[in-house]
Ligand binder design. Structure first.
Ligand code: RP5
Length: 181
């Protein structure tokens, strides 16, 4: 079932086929109800040319699967994890507890409340288990931060990420400057 993470990840964003490079970023979320919030970030990763995979896995509903995925991520070639969850949003923090990889948390605005609970659940980690937290529903910044982390390396994938991040920043500048009356 999709919700326990055993289904094939969303193929439009995945990079699972043998002809494609293996994913460098894994985007995990606690529920398929989070997917619409993540879509802009997934699109951006695709636009930046960063191979990624998408999983639905829950810290609460599929804890063993979530832990296994996080534990195996580095060995499978993943370099950055993005974790999104709403409400009692423990997924990014629990994922960070099971991997040494950098984890970026996206607080998802829940159906009840303004999302402060999501932010604090992800942000307020105990000393020693860091999660880089972006603003509520800001999947785009999570994708960009993942790209920047990749870009700090020196191998070919890092250099490609660097070019993509620089191009994105230049485009953003042009876009804003273009609005200057
Ligand atoms: C969290 O609970 C998920 O990340 C989601 O944001 C929230 C609600 O999940 P559903 O009840 O919509 O499945 O685990």
């Amino acid at each position: 079932a999709l919700v326990d993470g055993t289904a094939t990840p969303q193929s439009s964003h995945g990079s699972e086929s043998p002809s494609k490079p293996s994913p460098l970023v894994a985007v995990v979320m606690g529920s398929d109800s989070d997917l619409p919030v993540l879509e802009p970030g997934l699109k951006l990763l695709t636009q930046l040319g960063i191979p990624h995979t998408v999983r639905i896995t829950s810290a609460h509903r599929t804890p063993a699967h979530m832990a296994e995925f996080a534990r195996d991520a580095a060995a499978s070639g993943i370099r950055v994890l993005i974790g999104a969850a709403g409400g009692a949003a423990h997924l990014p923090g629990m994922a960070a507890a099971h991997t040494w990889l950098p984890v970026i948390g996206v607080p998802v605005k829940p159906s009840i409340g303004d999302g402060t609970d999501s932010v604090l659940s992800i942000l307020n980690m105990p000393r020693g288990v860091p999660v880089a937290t972006v603003a509520i529903n800001n999947a785009v910044n999570a994708a960009l931060l993942a790209a920047r982390i990749l870009a700090a390396g020196t191998d070919a994938a890092a250099l490609r990420a660097r070019d993509a991040v620089r191009a994105y920043a230049a485009d953003s500048t042009d876009e804003v400057m273009g609005k200057d009356a």
